[in-house]
Design a binder for this molecule. Structure first.
Ligand code: S3P
Length: 168
């Protein structure tokens, strides 16, 4: 596939990687995600980066991963759930097809619950989800060219909905 990078944004657990891989397969292109790139660059797992170096450092690595992916890679790119918190990262997405994968809070708690691999959600998942989504929803909406709801849809159905929404 030639053409621009297709970017997936949305909260952790919404299925960005699963859907991204399926979508890339359907389009005959490659899949990449910023979390994996950040881990490779830092040489350690995400919770360790947060713990040792702090969230600000993580966001800087994430911003660089987005910049590199845009420069190198026509295909599908999934961003970490909090990448949109960074204004520079949001600015990098201007002009690209960006898909916001959304889910409601009940679905989020059901899918992710207590997942210690996701450090921002370690305690009181329901309340943290509400706060997280209230803060982030406007940012996802700001960068998105289309929104695709994932509730009650299989990953295959979500990939199909993206293809239709972006007229790919
Ligand atoms: C984060 C989401 C994670 C990962 C990191 C921070 C967040 O990515 O980047 O743990 O701030 O929501 P996924 O959305 O791929 O889980």
């Amino acid at each position: 596939m030639s053409g621009p990078l297709i970017v997936l944004v949305g909260p952790m657990g919404v299925g960005k990687s699963t859907v991204g891989e399926l979508l890339a397969g359907r389009l005959g292109t490659t899949y990449r995600d910023t979390d994996a790139d950040v881990v490779a660059t830092a040489g350690k797992a995400i919770p360790e980066i947060f713990f040792d170096d702090g969230e600000e450092r993580f966001r800087a690595l994430e911003r660089q991963a987005v910049r590199d992916a845009i420069a190198q890679h026509p295909g599908v790119l999934a961003l970490g759930g909090g990448a949109v918190l960074d204004a520079e990262t949001r600015a990098l997405l201007g002009g690209l097809p960006v898909v916001y994968l959304s889910m409601d809070v009940d679905e989020a708690v059901r899918r992710v619950g207590l997942n210690t691999a996701r450090p921002l959600l370690a305690v009181n998942p329901r309340r943290q989800w509400r706060e997280l989504m209230d803060a982030r929803r406007p940012l996802y909406e700001e960068v998105a060219t289309v929104t695709v709801a994932t509730d009650a849809r299989t990953p295959e159905e979500v990939a199909q909905a993206i293809i239709e929404a972006l007229e790919l």
